[in-house]
Design a protein around this ligand. Structure first.
Ligand code: AMP
Ligand code: MG
Length: 305
């Protein structure tokens, strides 16, 4: 299935979703819109299908995947839910929150999904297309962002094709995603405490993770546009493509009105445009470190690293 060199782009209507479900059943790869970014989905219970995700992305196999489920009852088949974890799922699912929890010993999933870790990352996404797809199949979906490893995340079908055309079976076209940055990831510890592993659209006020890197999305270099990126720029040098925000007018605007939610939704589109532009370097205006601005700056720092 995957490995063939034609990637079909299909409108995410009922027929498109039904076709995608058949491709996934037979172990193929489908890029699917979620409320955060497009995910590259494969059936999480098949070692072969999951191996195809790693191959298509060129992703290091020590970097585990998020498993997407329809809701809490399905999630409980794969992870041990403490009362604290259950409360978080009940108040934020479906939505842009990924929970890292102890993996159940009897979880019927490909080992590579969790990259040998004793924990598993689970999320119930809110996007109607991803929800429709999860309802159409009887297995959970492993889905990292639908881009080559380390490259800019996709918020529309053209972004998926920019790095995965010919490497995956299908893109379900659901238009541009709304939140624009990847889910907030928190780990719920045995003592009930909650640690933020990756900032995202949802602000829980959890303390940041200390010590060892356990989510490779935390690696210093990620989301890289393939050229130097200068942060906190108030104006462009002559050879720079400027990504603007608020009063700093640029070649691509995150948000002219200084709206952080709009800026998050447009972040990767501006980075893709900057990557395609003839300018050898990219500059980015300052973005306030508040609310979803924390997630925007987190991604920008890694794009600049
Ligand atoms: P992406 O590849 O952009 O979808 O990001 C998925 C993120 O989830 C990566 O940063 C992974 O490292 C992280 N992740 C997945 N499973 C786990 C886990 N068991 N523990 C910690 N982080 C995880
Ligand atoms: Mg990614």
């Amino acid at each position: 299935m995957s490995g063939k060199n034609v990637t079909e782009v299909r409108l995410a209507d009922a027929e498109g979703i039904a076709k995608a479900a058949r491709i996934l059943e037979s172990g193929g790869l489908v890029a699917v819109p979620t409320e955060t970014v497009y995910g590259l989905a494969a059936r999480a219970d098949s070692a072969e299908a999951v191996a195809r995700i790693y191959a298509a992305k060129g992703r290091p196999d020590f970097n585990p995947l998020i498993v997407h489920v329809a809701g809490l009852p399905q999630a409980e088949l794969y992870a041990e839910f403490s009362p604290e974890a259950r409360a978080l799922a009940e108040s934020h699912w479906p939505g842009p929150l990924t929970l890292v929890l102890p993996r159940r010993a009897d979880a019927a999933l490909a080992e590579a999904v969790t990259a040998g870790l004793p924990t598993i990352a689970l999320r119930a996404p809110a996007h109607p297309v991803m929800q429709g797809l999860l309802a159409a199949v009887d297995f959970p979906l492993a889905a990292p962002s639908a881009n080559r490893s380390g490259f800019i995340s996709p918020t529309m079908p053209a972004h998926v094709l920019a790095s995965l055309d010919g490497r995956i079976d299908m893109v379900l076209d659901g238009g541009a995603t709304t939140a624009g940055v990847e889910s907030t990831i928190v780990a719920v510890r045995a003592d009930g405490s909650v640690e933020e592993l990756r900032p995202g659209p949802l602000q829980l006020g959890a303390r940041g993770a200390s010590g060892a890197i356990e989510a490779p999305g935390q690696l210093a270099s990620h989301y890289a546009p393939g050229k130097p990126v200068r942060l906190n720029a108030l104006a462009a040098e002559s050879d720079e493509f400027l990504i603007g925000f608020g009063a700093v007018a640029g070649d691509c605007m995150l948000s002219a009105s200084g709206d952080l939610t709009e800026a998050a939704a447009r972040l990767y589109a501006c980075l893709h445009e900057a990557a395609r532009a003839p300018h050898p370097r990219i500059a980015v205006a300052p973005v306030p470190e508040e609310g979803i601005g924390r997630a925007i700056n987190d991604r920008l720092r890694r794009a600049a690293a």
